[in-house]
Design a protein around this ligand. Structure first.
Ligand SMILES: Nc1ncnc2c1ncn2[C@@H]1O[C@H](COP(=O)(O)OP(=O)(O)OP(=O)(O)O)[C@@H](O)[C@H]1O
Ligand SMILES: [Mg+2]
Length: 236
């Protein structure tokens, strides 16, 4: 019983705790790292505009949702209009992170019960709107692999400067691959000490197989306290 309750508490924590460090502590070195990712995305946009982006990783709990949310914040801090879409229709968390309702969302738009504009929710952070998952559907892959999804992406791109998708793990279900094919670029999160090298390679293969443009990888959770990172940071 005790074990069960601990597991339950952990599940609740996993669902609800995702820090918006870039908003709460924009001057921290971690926030600076998110700004570096932002710069790299913008440098990649020289020849082709990368406007619709998805954030994924090979397995669960590697930091996809945290990365997607903080990336949305640093883009908005530059005055860009950002829409963060919860493309994880199996384990949605965007509504927890931004503390908004999840009554309507992606699934309602894809099934044409709501228009995009009706389903989008403004957050407390200026320039960030979110499209939560909406009710969890029985057929997530089918919804993602639909003409409605193409239309949703097209409309969202016309309304926002950046459209970011949070997604489920790429190795677990096909949803990520189906989305990868529809967005301008993919960011692959690798969790330091957690993601196996083989899993990272396999994920990259799956994405390339889906004709995805991998913009880059983000190394999440690296403990920088033991190297000279802070020293260099302070010295420069
Ligand atoms: N760099 C980090 N440092 C500390 N905690 C982190 C870091 N990145 C993520 N976390 C924590 O790890 C947990 C999982 O992160 P997150 O939800 O972003 O991963 P995910 O890849 O979206 O997971 P899922 O596959 O379940 O959707 C969360 O509780 C989050 O707060
Ligand atoms: Mg997630």
């Amino acid at each position: 019983m005790e074990r069960l309750s601990r597991k339950f508490k952990k599940t609740i924590k996993d669902l609800t705790q995702r820090s918006l460090i870039t908003h709460n502590n924009p001057k921290s070195p971690i926030s600076e790292q998110y700004r570096t990712i932002r710069t790299n995305i913008q440098f990649a946009s020289v020849d082709k505009e990368f406007k619709t982006l998805m954030i994924t990783s090979s397995g669960p709990g590697e930091g996809k949702s945290t990365t997607a949310a903080n990336l949305a914040v640093v883009l908005a801090q530059q005055g860009k209009k950002v829409l963060l879409i919860d493309g994880d229709l199996r384990k949605p968390t965007v509504h927890y992170t931004f503390n908004v309702s999840n009554i309507y969302g992606v699934t309602n738009v894809l099934t044409r019960q709501r228009s995009l504009k009706e389903a989008v929710v403004a957050t407390k952070i200026p320039d960030i709107d979110v499209l939560p998952s909406g009710p969890v559907p029985p057929n997530p892959s089918e919804l993602i692999n639909s003409n409605s999804m193409d239309q949703l992406i097209e409309e969202a791109s016309s309304l926002y400067d950046y459209v970011l998708f949070d997604t489920p793990p790429i190795m677990a279900v096909t949803d990520g691959q189906l989305l990868a094919n529809r967005v301008d670029g993919v960011i692959l999160v690798i969790s330091s000490g957690k993601t196996e090298v083989e899993a990272a390679i396999k994920s990259k293969e799956l994405l390339l197989h889906a004709n995805a443009k991998i913009l880059g990888t983000v190394l999440n959770g690296k403990d920088v306290s033991n190297d000279n990172y802070y020293y260099y940071y302070g010295a420069n």
